[in-house]
Design a protein around this ligand. Structure first.
Ligand SMILES: C[S@@+](CC[C@H](N)C(=O)[O-])C[C@H]1O[C@@H](n2cnc3c(N)ncnc32)[C@H](O)[C@@H]1O
Length: 268
């Protein structure tokens, strides 16, 4: 039976699982449908997806704090997801109230909830857009209103680029963003990889075939190629919990089970 909910925007296909809502479910959120939960449970049978989601979200928090500490006050968050604990504007504006954030997502539930959350925040906004069109994202009036592209921007592509297949040329997409950013800008990303658990990741990718966004997990070399033209900052490309952990408790015994690489580069 199809669920009836008041919080979903019109036109959303409740029966087609989306990565935004699957991720929300895995993080314990309430903005997901039966079809999303079924995929979440199927994924949990083959991969440690709840830990992967939690570790990815912790990396997002640490990387935003690190960029604020490095002097970044403007963020463009590609594939920002359904708002949950520790949203980028909360983390950034807690650290420096001058921070401005533009969220970008292709999923209407994510965008509708972000709009509600941000209604009273003049320094953060959200746009419904496809990250594969960098010029449209950067030149959207809402983006231009908040972000000054003559100054450094923190470009976030956390947990999203595996949803961009090779046919859509993710390297070229990121190269275009790089060209649009001022020197001193940063690109921070995390990305599914088959390197550590190849069979399990292949099974996960099969499950994602039945969703709105099939995945393309990428090897270490392929993820490194995405940050071409940026100077890698310490500690380079690592698994998400290994990216500047705040305490030994942040790093599980086997960090590779995070199954997502994390890397940050600075535009020279
Ligand atoms: C797994 S969530 C990651 C959320 C958040 N960045 C994080 O790491 O906590 C991936 C998000 O990317 C969005 N997404 C996927 N493809 C996209 C595209 N082409 N353009 C914009 N957003 C996209 C999905 O809708 C989803 O909300």
């Amino acid at each position: 039976m199809t669920e009836q909910v008041r919080w979903s925007p019109a036109g959303v296909d409740l029966d087609l699982p989306s990565s935004a809502r699957i991720y929300d479910y895995l993080l314990g959120g309430g903005h997901n449908f039966a079809a999303d939960r079924a995929v979440g449970e199927a994924l949990a049978e083959v991969l440690p997806v709840r830990d992967m989601a939690r570790l990815n979200r912790s990396y997002l928090r640490r990387v935003v704090l690190a960029l604020v500490e490095a002097g970044v006050t403007q963020f463009l968050d590609l594939g920002s997801g359904i708002p949950t604990v520790g949203n980028v504007h909360e983390v950034a504006q807690d650290a420096n109230p001058k921070c401005r954030v533009v969220y970008v997502d292709i999923e209407p539930v994510a965008v509708t909830h972000a709009e509600l959350l941000l209604a009273a925040n003049p320094d953060a906004t959200v746009i419904l857009a496809d990250l594969r069109d960098p010029d449209a994202v950067v030149n959207a009036p809402e983006t231009r209103l908040l972000l000054d592209f003559s100054r450094p921007v923190g470009l976030l592509a956390v947990g999203v680029l595996q949803f961009v297949p090779d046919a859509d040329r993710p390297r070229d997409v990121l190269a275009r963003y790089r060209d649009l950013l001022a020197p001193g800008s940063y690109l921070a990303l995390s990305h599914f990889t088959p390197d550590r658990m190849p069979r399990e990741m292949a099974a996960g990718a099969d499950i994602f075939q039945h969703t709105a966004e099939p995945i393309t997990p990428r090897t270490r070399a392929e993820v490194l190629a995405l940050v071409d033209g940026f100077d890698l900052v310490e500690p380079g490309l690592v698994f998400t919990p290994e990216w500047r952990p705040e305490s030994p408790d942040d790093v599980p015994a086997d960090p590779g089970r995070a199954n997502l690489y994390a890397v940050v580069g600075r535009k020279p």
